[in-house]
Design a protein. Structure first.
Length: 146
């Protein structure tokens, strides 16, 4: 069964589209804050980059929380949390709490807040890109996109 349509969003659940938009918007807001703080000199470009890189890696791993699949009834890519996703979610919560505690020993003041924003922004980007990659993989498997 080949499904051809010009609007790819017709094949993605509205919930997934909303999640991707939210992650992307949050990333750009956090990126703007970090760029502003770098220009103020609150944090170095290197430290901000490392924070985004760590967050990106975590975000790609966390994007596994949602199991993406094709729903035959609705002809859409849908996302559900399975038991592996629940385990990843618990590990992500532990990471979120631990990063604040452990980073506080090494970084203080404004730089501390900015590095937390870098890590969170990077994780939003990683989640967005990881989920988008999974959606593209499913749409290619169903020959909706090339």
């Amino acid at each position: 069964m080949k499904l051809k349509h010009l609007n790819i969003r017709d094949y993605i659940s509205k919930r997934l589209v909303t999640q991707l938009r939210l992650y992307t918007i949050l990333f750009f807001v956090m990126l703007g804050v970090v760029v502003y703080e770098v220009f103020l000199g609150s944090i170095s470009i290197f430290l901000a980059f490392v924070g985004f890189l760590i967050g990106f890696g975590v975000g790609v791993l966390v994007s596994r929380m949602i199991h993406l699949s094709w729903d035959e009834d609705s002809n859409m890519v849908i996302g559900r949390m399975d038991w592996i996703g629940a385990v990843v979610l618990v590990i992500y919560f532990i990471f979120s709490i631990a990063r604040t505690i452990y980073l506080g020993y090494f970084i203080q003041g404004t730089a501390f807040i900015v590095i937390i924003i870098c890590i969170t922004g990077g994780s939003m980007l990683g989640r967005s890109m990881g989920t988008s990659h999974g959606i593209r993989r499913i749409l290619k498997a169903w020959d909706i996109i090339r």
